[in-house]
Design a protein around this ligand. Structure first.
Ligand code: ZN
Ligand code: ZN
Length: 336
């Protein structure tokens, strides 16, 4: 077993740590494979942000695939991010973006060739003065440049930010494709990695303002791979856990609990048998309409059955505990 490096303190160290954890398995994978998972995890992050159901893991997954792509192309994500956003917006060149006023032009007139030098000078200054390269500091740097993101979110919801995040993931694919065909250099990928990273960081800052992103990443990834529980990861390809699509294994667990309940409560066996058949039908065809229908039906009917249980003997207690556990299983499902 490989020794783990010490707890990462900077974006760069997180990238190296994730290379230690996933480098071995990712070496055998294609860029399309890694990109596919980034695209999926950012889409699910967006969906859960929009539905106000986001948790830390949605961010962790999106960031880890982004780091994997950076490792694949040997891009230094910390450098990509801060050279693009050296505490100023790369378009209007101010510390608090006013692109909406200048239409993405520098606030004071400056020819384009000089603007590019201005950006690299600012990056040099930033590099020489900045002492904190952590993920949290990256997120707060972005928040200072783009305070309007949070204002828009609070007035109009997360839609704008979600759309921008998706846009960058699309542009990253274009950069990867054009790099592969020889039409663009690696700097196109570096730029799009930085933009995708920036929007994920902005969303994190608004969604979890008081939680350190570094602590969240350490909690999630520093104790082995969260899926195979090994260091380095030895997950087989496509071994990811089901997230947003219907998982028939959970439906099977609900079906078998209903069977148990049917035996425990013979008085209600007819209606429980109906529920069991509905859940079995959902597990068989795995379609969303059948599954949602079966789960709503089960939830409603079991609530009524539970209210009707007045005895306090062991059989009644057992039945109530089965019903509670089914309710819990249903509540935990992201797709119910
Ligand atoms: Zn700007
Ligand atoms: Zn693994």
């Amino acid at each position: 077993m490989k020794a783990r490096s010490s707890i990462p303190q900077s974006v760069k160290e997180f990238q190296s740590y994730l290379a230690e954890l996933y480098g071995q398995v990712n070496k055998k994978r294609s860029s399309d494979y890694l990109y596919g998972y980034l695209s999926r995890s950012v889409a699910y992050l967006g969906k859960n942000l929009a539905q106000n159901k986001v948790d830390e893991q949605h961010f962790m997954r999106a960031l880890s695939w982004l780091f994997s792509i950076a490792n694949y192309y040997e891009c230094d994500l910390q450098k990509c991010l801060f050279s693009r956003f050296p505490a100023i917006c790369p378009y209007c060149l101010t510390g608090s973006c006013i692109c909406f006023k200048t239409k993405k032009q520098p606030v004071d007139f400056i020819p384009a060739y000089k603007a590019s030098k201005e950006r690299s000078d600012r990056f040099n200054v930033f590099t020489n003065t900045n002492r904190d390269w952590s993920l949290s500091s990256a997120a707060s740097t972005l928040a200072k440049i783009y305070p309007n993101n949070e204002i828009i979110w609070h007035h109009a919801g997360p839609w704008y930010l979600v759309a921008k995040m998706q846009e960058e993931v699309g542009e990253l694919h274009e950069a990867i494709s054009k790099f592969a065909s020889g039409e663009k250099s690696i700097s196109a990928i570096e730029e799009e990695l930085a933009d995708t990273f920036a929007w994920i960081l902005s969303a994190w800052n608004i969604a979890f303002p008081s939680r350190s992103l570094d602590d969240a990443m350490v909690d999630y990834y520093y104790q082995d791979c969260p899926v195979c529980t090994k260091f380095p990861c030895s997950c087989i390809d496509r071994a990811d856990r089901a997230a947003e699509l219907i998982d028939p294994r959970v439906l099977e667990r609900i079906r078998s609990s209903l069977e148990e309940l049917e035996w425990a409560l013979p008085a209600a066996s007819e209606s429980i048998s109906q529920l069991r058949q509905s859940v079995a039908a959902a597990a068989a065809d795995q379609s969303e309409p059948t599954t949602l229908h079966a789960l709503r039906e089960t939830k409603g009917a079991l609530t009524k059955i539970r209210e009707g249980i007045s005895a306090t003997d062991d059989v009644a207690k057992r039945s109530v505990s089965i019903i509670d556990s089914i309710h819990k299983m249903i509540e935990m499902l992201p797709w119910s």
